[in-house]
Design a protein around this ligand. Sequence first.
Ligand SMILES: CCCCCC/C=C/C(=O)SCCNC(=O)CCNC(=O)[C@H](O)C(C)(C)COP(=O)(O)OP(=O)(O)OC[C@H]1O[C@@H](n2cnc3c(N)ncnc32)[C@H](O)[C@@H]1OP(=O)(O)O
Length: 358
Amino acid sequence: MRASQQDFENAMNQVKLLKQDPGNQVKLKLYALYKQATDGPCNVPKPGVFDLVNKAKWEAWNSLGNLPKETARQNYVDLVSSLSPSSEASSQGKRGADEKVQESKDIVVTSEDGITKIMLNRPAKKNALTFEMYKEIILTLKNASTDNSAIAVFTGAGDYYCSGNDLTNFTSAAGGMEEAANQGAVVLREFVNSFIDFPKPLVAVVNGPAVGIAVTLLGLFDAVYASDKATFHTPFSHLGQSPEACSSYTFPKMMGSAKATEMLLFGKKLTAREAWAQGLVSEVFPDSTFEKEVWTRLRAYAKLPPNSMRISKELIRNNEKEKLHAVNAEECTTLKARWLSEECINAIMNFVSRKAKL
Ligand SMILES: CCCCCC/C=C/C(=O)SCCNC(=O)CCNC(=O)[C@H](O)C(C)(C)COP(=O)(O)OP(=O)(O)OC[C@H]1O[C@@H](n2cnc3c(N)ncnc32)[C@H](O)[C@@H]1OP(=O)(O)O
């Protein structure tokens, strides 16, 4: 049966009630189907190269070609019903001891042997962080701070630990670049705050290369174990951006300003051993025995008295907490302006159009 105009309007209202952001790709698809169903095939000129958001919307609409209005209306209704509360609920997962505690495509959270393991699971994109992943991690850390685990551990699936921020986060955002930058700064601030405030020992198991925010965040971890295949790269100047995750404070403090400058201003990539020598990494392991050695050690650490570990962490972190929050706020304000700069837009466009890689 074909969707009626009433079904279409109901679906439009349903979209406004979605509790979970369906993600940029779905939002673009919804936009395109809506335009096709109401105006027919794309009939407006292609926006300019710097008008990233409207260009992405135009491309999504234009890609529907001569799809009939009725089919677009039906596809819109079908897409909205696939995002209905029942499917939203199923992506939330269940909680419990020694089992998968959160089921999501890109972040897999398990709890076993007193360890909450948070695995970035987008290996085809080198575990680049989408807006949705930032939000999921905020929720995951909130849950992990009160669950029955003793420690929390981040790692990556596949050959990378994480290639940092997904550079298409801004190019595919619906709603304008300025709006995306505003929202990005709010999400980033909350995301970094959740690391500053996390009350239990937080460990990174860096299984491969780490880029951008995946590196800067390490300054807020309590221990960082790295495979000798891992590298640490913060190419902020290459991207027209500036440091985040409190690294403008933690890196100079940890490694001295001369070494921090090489990383944060000049984008020098460090090997795992160099990162260890700078104090960013606790210990480096041969890749062949990395997983076995590290997880055996972490299982032993997770048996230590949890309250004692939490209280000791609190003593250490409390000396710095206020400062870290202030640095985070300032870095987010600075980055928001950077994201709207020509330097940054050009760098992202070059990556998206495959002209530049690190
Ligand atoms: C709430 C917002 C907060 C923002 C905080 C600010 C954070 C800043 C940063 O993190 S800056 C760092 C950003 N990251 C990068 O600049 C890395 C870009 N990626 C690369 O240079 C390369 O992909 C690589 C060196 C990581 C890996 O190269 P290679 O081994 O040759 O693999 P591919 O390039 O073919 O990658 C495979 C596949 O993954 C996609 N991809 C990889 N990284 C990213 C990324 N960061 N963003 C988006 N997509 C990424 C890549 O495009 C390929 O996709 P494809 O197969 O072509 O569809």
